[in-house]
Write a protein that binds this ligand. Structure first.
Ligand code: GRF
Length: 212
């Protein structure tokens, strides 16, 4: 059996996706966790699991650019197979995106291309969406615009508010992201140019599992 793919997870906050990614290690392992906030709750999760954690707090750098350069340098040093953004609240510079294109992935709480950016749940409610969900995608230089790897959907209920919808979507995020990372790690999903390729049966498995 091949050795697990090494993944670095970048976080800024609570780290519930990180927790689920850690719980589903097997085809991949979390080689390190990097945060741009010293007090990100996700760091506690990582430390409990004895995973290498690095934080790069803004106050320790003369500029945001210097802070981000230090983060990028740490990623290069670790040299992972994939970099998973999980609630990392920073815009990633185009040069780094290009350097890591095909290895850099994100989870976004909407069915992209619907609702890129922030406040996705309220926007879905305001738009009267009947379905909502989440997307794992390769990161490109735009905002939530990279090639789509996998999606999971749920129904929007008449009684939903932003909070209830967000927690239902978060539940499916916790299933979709580890599944997508495992597929990438096993070479079942890859990218050619900007086209996402999947081995036979993978798309069907995703549709079955994630009600698309
Ligand atoms: C998730 O909703 C994710 O889709 C978005 O940021 C949130 C992070 O939550 N990119 P958590 O830190 O993983 O709990």
């Amino acid at each position: 059996m091949n050795s697990p793919a090494r993944i670095v997870v970048l976080i800024s906050g609570r780290g519930s996706n990180l927790k689920s990614i850690i719980a589903h290690q097997g085809a991949y392992e979390v080689a390190a966790i990097i945060s741009d906030k010293a007090d990100a709750a996700g760091l506690v999760v990582g430390k409990e699991e004895q995973i290498a954690c690095f934080s790069f707090a803004r106050e320790n750098y003369s500029s945001k650019a210097a802070q981000k350069s230090a983060i990028y340098e740490k990623v290069r040093e670790i040299s992972p197979d994939f970099v998973a953004l999980a609630g990392f609240m920073q815009i990633i510079e185009a040069a780094f995106v290009e350097e890591f294109f095909g290895k850099l992935v994100n989870i976004h709480p909407s069915l992209l291309p619907e609702f890129p950016g922030l406040h996705t749940h309220q926007r879905a409610l305001d738009a009267g969406a009947k379905k909502h969900g989440c997307t794992v995608h390769y990161v490109d230089a735009g905002v939530d615009s990279g090639p789509i790897i996998a999606q999971a959907s749920c129904c929007v209920l008449p009684e939903d508010n932003e909070h209830s919808l967000a927690s239902r979507v978060l539940e499916i995020e916790h299933k979709l992201y580890p599944w997508a990372l495992a597929q990438l790690a096993q070479g079942n999903i890859w990218i050619e140019g900007r086209t996402v390729r999947m081995k036979e049966g993978v798309r069907e498995e995703m549709r079955g599992k994630f009600s698309l």
